[in-house]
Design a protein around this ligand. Structure first.
Ligand SMILES: C[S@@+](CC[C@H](N)C(=O)[O-])C[C@H]1O[C@@H](n2cnc3c(N)ncnc32)[C@H](O)[C@@H]1O
Length: 209
């Protein structure tokens, strides 16, 4: 099936290396431009993802890892529904500096394409929204998310439709399903940045250990 040409719709899609991505976001954060653009584009990723997450995570004390938290838009949504224990991690220190104070328990600068310096089975859930996209974080990160998540914990994520097959997310998900490393609860095409005609797969899976 022909892919939609999403490569030219949003500037970040042209970035290739991790350094390019980091520099781009560091600059995008200036004068709160990232949050302004997300509001203007009606970016619904955080809202849509947390809507799905709350259906499966009834425990408001769940310890959650927000992978690629950016300026904290997912944390804002989590807080609305009563979750209060979440940590955030991102590549861009400038975006981390914009996260509202006292929203996250801990914030850290990280490259999610490398091993995460967190013990096994540490979290009840991992949220990863907007971060599986062009030039950003690759499928092996899912193995790390599963490693740091407890048995029966949840991994909730979006994958930009434009890289789903190109970067091998389709195969990675099939493998995790087949090997029963997780059980997919929902997987569907979400609105995401519909105003730009950019959609994303939204998935939530329960980890089996
Ligand atoms: C589209 S933003 C999404 C941010 C936030 N989750 C949201 O929904 O607003 C993508 C985020 O991924 C981060 N990112 C990109 N590559 C990364 C990497 N290799 N490791 C960690 N974070 C990365 C960027 O810094 C940026 O904050």
């Amino acid at each position: 099936m022909a892919q939609k040409d999403v490569g030219n719709k949003i500037p970040i899609y042209k970035l290739k290396t991790t350094n390019e991505v980091m520099n781009y976001y560091d600059e995008w954060g200036l004068e709160n431009k990232y949050d302004q653009d997300m509001a203007e584009w009606n970016y619904t990723g955080p809202k849509e993802t947390v809507e799905v997450f709350k259906k499966y995570s009834k425990n408001k004390n769940a310890k959650i890892y927000d992978a690629g938290c950016g300026t904290g838009l997912v944390g804002v949504e989590l807080k609305k529904f009563g979750y209060h224990y979440f940590d955030g991690a991102d590549l861009s220190q400038k975006l981390l500096d914009l996260v509202p104070k006292n929203l996250y328990q801990n914030l850290s600068k990280i490259d999610l394409n490398k091993n995460i310096n967190i013990n096994d089975n540490n979290y009840d859930a991992v949220m990863c929204v907007g971060t599986f996209t062009f030039g950003h974080v690759k499928p092996p990160a899912l193995d790390e998310f599963i490693r740091i998540t407890k048995n029966q914990g949840l991994i909730c994520f979006t994958i930009n439709e434009g890289i789903y097959e190109e970067y091998g997310f389709d195969k990675k998900i099939e493998e995790l399903n087949k090997k029963k490393i997780w059980k997919m609860k929902e997987f569907f095409k979400s609105n995401y940045i519909a105003s730009k005609d950019v959609n994303a797969w939204l998935g939530i899976a329960e980890v089996i250990k």
